[in-house]
Design a binder for this molecule. Sequence first.
Ligand code: DX5
Ligand code: ZN
Length: 219
Amino acid sequence: MEKILYPSILSANFCNLEKDLKELKDNKIKKIHIDVMDGNFVPNITFGAGQISCLRKISDLYFDCHLMVDEPIRFIDDFVKSGVDSLTVHVEACKHIHRTLEYIKTKNIDCGVALNPGTSIKDIENILDLVDKILIMTVNPGFGGQKFIYSMVDKIKDLQELIYKKGLKNKQIQVDGGINLDTINEVYDIGIRDIVVGSYIFLNKDISNNISRLIDKIR
Ligand code: DX5
Ligand code: ZN
């Protein structure tokens, strides 16, 4: 079950990420979610490739990197060099989404496309075959600790249907934003097995117990 959760280190202790990463690993977490924000695509600034390179030196966890960056194609090489295992770009941030995804795929890492709450799944219909994962934002990107947008549950179901109709295999649907004890079943119960959780996991610095509580809720 721990394999399902992707803790977002956006809400971790930036003064001691090493300690938090160790605690995540001790709790059988395999993959972490790293939110890169450029202050332009979203109104917040977080990590760059340099910081991720440092984390790579101290952690062998899978790095799932969510780029909330305008024209991310400019930085793909840098992030690949930093040691990420997966890069997800926003369809709204790319002038040429097909080109951007094809470029990521040349790097032999996992490749994802993200959609803001206001973006229709129609916008990714023509590139679905290119990606390993589709990240459905269940909050507007930019900050941790926001409220889950319930209308996204129907959008996720529509996407599941679209993937099925197209006969596509091995497409992960990842959900990001507002997941906590009250909302995790909204997505788990419809079959979502890639769930990003930020603020809830790091709440009160009680990482181990918060992970257990989430796992108990979906067991
Ligand atoms: C928001 C980020 C999320 C964020 C989720 O833009 O993409 O990954 O960390 O945080 P919570 O779980 O607090 O909504
Ligand atoms: Zn994210």
